[in-house]
Design a protein around this ligand. Sequence first.
Ligand SMILES: C[S@@+](CC[C@H](N)C(=O)[O-])C[C@H]1O[C@@H](n2cnc3c(N)ncnc32)[C@H](O)[C@@H]1O
Length: 175
Amino acid sequence: MCWRGAVTHIDDDAIAALSRSYASILPGDAAILDLMSSWVSHLPNDRTFAEVVGHGMNAEELAANPRLSEWFVQDLNSDPVLPLLSAKFDAVLCCVGVQYLQQPVAVFCEARRVLRPGGLVAVSFSNRCFSTKAVAVWQALNAEGQAALVRLYLERAGFNAIDILFCAMGTMAIR
Ligand SMILES: C[S@@+](CC[C@H](N)C(=O)[O-])C[C@H]1O[C@@H](n2cnc3c(N)ncnc32)[C@H](O)[C@@H]1O
């Protein structure tokens, strides 16, 4: 599937690596929230999931995403509170969007709230971003510093057992 306005924000190798990681960490019957999503979620093609709820800023992109069972639009910088029930999801994904969050700890506190006990959050990022939109601290850091910053966001939101699964792409955190 390729939406007519489709842009991929990471290259093919990164997408393949991310999909493989998702395949290894996501339970088969998982209910998933894809935060800061678009027309693609990078989920493994050969897997189905119980539910994939998408969130983003662009309704046209989200409507074109074939993996989403439902979706909603919300500017997390204006309102980080998710319109979702607590303990609804097994996994929250956030792919190449974390650099745009102005209230990251509040957003990841919300991610924690909507996760079931034992659920996981996976945050991935790359060395690309829109410099006019990324927060200043992000742009001041190298990849190692960005990984440390994401770790800090997650720790402040109450996550523990944070793992970096692969460094070429970014960091992923699991509790
Ligand atoms: C680089 S794109 C990544 C999209 C998708 N996750 C992917 O991997 O292709 C960043 C996404 O973050 C979302 N985004 C940017 N600023 C946002 C904000 N303030 N609140 C909510 N979402 C935002 C945009 O809708 C956009 O789809």
